[in-house]
Each structure stands twice: as structure tokens, then as C-alpha cells.
Design a protein around this ligand. Structure first.
Ligand SMILES: *[C@@H]1O[C@H](CO)[C@@H](O)[C@H](O)[C@H]1NC(C)=O
Ligand SMILES: *[C@@H]1O[C@H](CO)[C@@H](O)[C@H](O)[C@H]1NC(C)=O
Ligand SMILES: *[C@@H]1O[C@H](CO)[C@@H](O)[C@H](O)[C@H]1NC(C)=O
Length: 323
């Protein structure tokens, strides 16, 4: 990946030098990782947003469409971090599309700007959802995208966005949030809403980031909605921004390699479930093996008669046995 990153940077520079000759409406960047990556402008709400798309041209085309995964940015805007995640998704065989939520002209120079822009969207879920929808709609226009297979992942502020998507009943197969803002003041609260949560939900949370009471509240909402969801909690000492490679504010926003690795691996499985279906449950492989316990014949007999007893009992009785 590190080498891949360097090559992409090199081709970006080469593309910049060659700019002006292209007949396309966006900058192409044909990198050596066998996927294409480029900026894509689209209309979002009443402004223009600049997304970043990456996909393998050898794998995704009009006759062999690929699932798409939209990446929702963290609060400091859509930048190198989200672009790299989009390329990682391309590497998995998907169309990765890093959405631009703020749009051109929104200042993202410093923390004051980030707080203002993120706050404006957090405080106006309709606006925020319209920006996310605009990115999804753009992705659905791509001829090499399977429009029935869309997932959305989001980081920090973007993680809050995907929680909102689920609660508001947005129509995508699934959403993944990493260190999302899940306190009721940060996100949409389901309350008495009867809107079905149709997206499957996977959330990755640092134990030191999210309060247990906020987690419990969110779980209650997902339960009442009969949502299909999973919330992974990482510890010990896992704070906000644990997937952000450069995060290094002690006791607040810290990269955590294990939480990053495990949440990404979990995401891969989740995406496979969304796009290809849930795999069969793992069981002992079927094989004709001799079930004799040579060392302890009596123990073996007890085990098999115990199994038979369990099989002949009802589920309630089994629970009683286990209790
Ligand atoms: C995207 O839109 C911005 C703002 O309007 C413009 O400056 C930029 O050149 C456009 N880029 C592409 C690739 O069309
Ligand atoms: C489309 O992609 C598939 C593999 O996903 C490939 O076999 C096929 O040759 C591609 N078609 C074109 C026209 O590139
Ligand atoms: C849900 O409904 C109950 C009973 O109608 C009401 O008391 C409560 O305030 C409502 N909660 C929300 C969050 O709207």
C-alpha cells in the first residue's frame, strides 16, 4: 500500500503536468495499482461538490458492473485520508467514491472552519442527508456501478452521517461508521419514529470515545426498529479517530493500529455479506472420522449418551440444562 501511495502521488503529479490536453471533464489518474482514480464534480444541494472516485477499469465496466462504496468524510473535509480509503475500496474490487459533503468554496483551513462546516450539517440533518444523497445519486449514474449494491462508510463526522442515514431509513444495503458521534446531541434520535431501518449497520467504537449510556440508547433505538446491526467496541484506551493514521492527540484522538486493522477486516466481511450474501455458518467439516476415544472409552460413551439426551429434549429443557 505504501508503494501504491507513492505511485499514485507520482502519477498525480504527472497528470498535473499534462493537464490541459485532456478531453475529459475530469482529471484522470491512471495509477500502477491497476485502478483509475479521479476527481468528479457533481451537484450537491445547491452547490458543486468535488468527489474522488477510484475503481479497477479491468474489473468494473458496463457489462460487468461493480458494487460501490461511498466514503463520508470526517470534519476536516474530503482530503487525502478519504481518497486513500476510496483507493483501498477499489483494491477490493469495488467502486470507491469519497463524497465531498461541504462543497467547493467552503473554507477548511483550520479547526474553526471544520467546526463551522461540520456543525452546520450536524445541526441540519436534512441538509446533511441531501449532500449524502447527492453523492449516492452521482455514483448511481456511473455505467460501471451496480446500482442495487451500494454501501456507505463514514469516519467521525461522516460516521454520524451514516448513523443518521440508518435511522432515517435511507435506502442502501448497509452502512459502516468508525468513531461516529453517537451521543443524542450529535445524531438524529429515532424517538417514536416508525420509519424502518432497512440498512444493515456496522459501527466501530472506541470505549474511551463513546459513553456506555449513549451506546445503550442507540442500541435501544436499533432494537425498537428491529434493525440488523453490530457495534464493535475497542479497548483498552481506544479513543476517537482510531482509524486516522495521523491522529495523535493523547487521551482524545489517537490512532490505534489494532482497532484500525480489526475494524477494516470486519468491514471487508460486512461488505461481502451485503454484496454477495451471508456466507454459510462455519461448522466442523463433514468427514467420516472414527469417533473412538481410545484413551477413555467410558468417557466417550458418556459424551455420546449426553448428546443423545440433549437432542431428545426441547429447547427450554436444553436451556435449563445449560443454566
Ligand atoms: C470542479 O468544479 C470546480 C468549482 O466549480 C472547478 O474549479 C473545477 O475546475 C471543476 N473540476 C473538474 C474536474 O471539473
Ligand atoms: C469487463 O470486465 C470483465 C471482468 O470483470 C472482463 O472480463 C471484461 O473483459 C470487461 N469487458 C470490457 C469490455 O472491458
Ligand atoms: C414518544 O411517545 C410517547 C407517548 O406518546 C411520548 O410521551 C414521548 O414524548 C415520545 N417521545 C419522543 C422522543 O417523541
Amino acid at each position: 500500500m505504501a508503494m501504491c501511495r507513492v505511485l499514485v502521488a507520482a502519477t498525480l503529479a504527472a497528470t498535473a503536468l499534462a493537464a490541459g490536453h485532456g478531453d475529459h471533464d475530469h482529471d484522470h489518474d491512471h495509477d500502477h495499482c491497476e485502478h483509475e482514480a479521479m476527481m468528479v464534480n457533481y451537484t450537491c444541494d445547491s452547490t458543486t461538490c468535488g468527489g474522488y472516485m477510484a475503481y479497477k477499469t479491468s474489473q468494473c465496466n458496463a457489462s460487468s458492473k461493480c458494487p460501490a462504496v461511498v466514503v463520508i468524510q470526517d470534519w476536516n473535509g474530503m482530503n487525502d485520508y478519504e481518497k486513500e480509503r476510496a483507493r483501498m475500496l477499489a483494491g477490493l474490487g469495488y467502486v470507491g467514491f469519497a463524497a465531498d459533503i461541504y462543497g467547493y468554496g467552503t473554507p477548511v483551513e483550520d479547526m474553526g472552519d471544520w467546526a463551522a462546516a461540520a456543525g452546520m450539517h450536524r445541526g441540519n440533518p436534512d441538509l446533511y442527508m441531501s449532500k449524502i444523497t447527492a453523492a449516492i445519486d452521482k455514483v448511481k449514474t456511473l455505467e460501471f456501478v451496480d446500482t442495487t449494491k451500494i454501501a456507505v462508510i463514514g469516519y467521525c463526522f461522516g460516521g454520524t452521517g451514516v448513523v443518521n442515514m440508518a435511522i432515517l431509513g435511507m435506502d442502501v444495503l448497509g452502512v459502516v461508521g468508525y468513531h461516529s458521534g453517537i451521543s443524542p446531541s450529535a445524531r438524529v434520535v429515532r424517538g417514536n419514529s416508525t420509519v424502518p431501518v432497512t440498512a444493515k449497520v456496522l459501527l466501530h467504537s472506541g470505549v474511551k470515545d463513546d459513553m456506555a449510556t449513549d451506546m445503550a440508547l442507540l442500541e435501544e433505538e436499533f432494537e425498537s426498529a428491529q434493525a440488523t446491526y453490530e457495534i464493535a467496541r475497542y479497548g483498552s484506551g481506544v479513543y476517537h479517530s482510531f482509524t486516522e493514521w495521523s491522529a495523535s492527540v493523547p487521551m482524545q484522538a489517537m490512532y490505534d493500529q489494532r482497532a484500525d486493522v480489526r475494524s477494516w477486516e470486519s468491514t471487508k466481511h460486512f461488505l461481502m455479506e451485503l454484496f454477495d450474501g451471508l456466507p454459510a455458518a462455519s461448522r466442523e467439516p463433514e468427514c467420516k472420522h472414527d469417533d473412538h476415544d481410545h484413551g477413555n472409552q467410558v468417557g466417550s460413551q458418556q459424551t455420546s449418551s449426553g448428546k443423545a439426551a440433549v437432542l431428545s429434549l426441547g429447547a427450554g429443557a436444553v436451556l435449563a440444562l445449560l443454566a
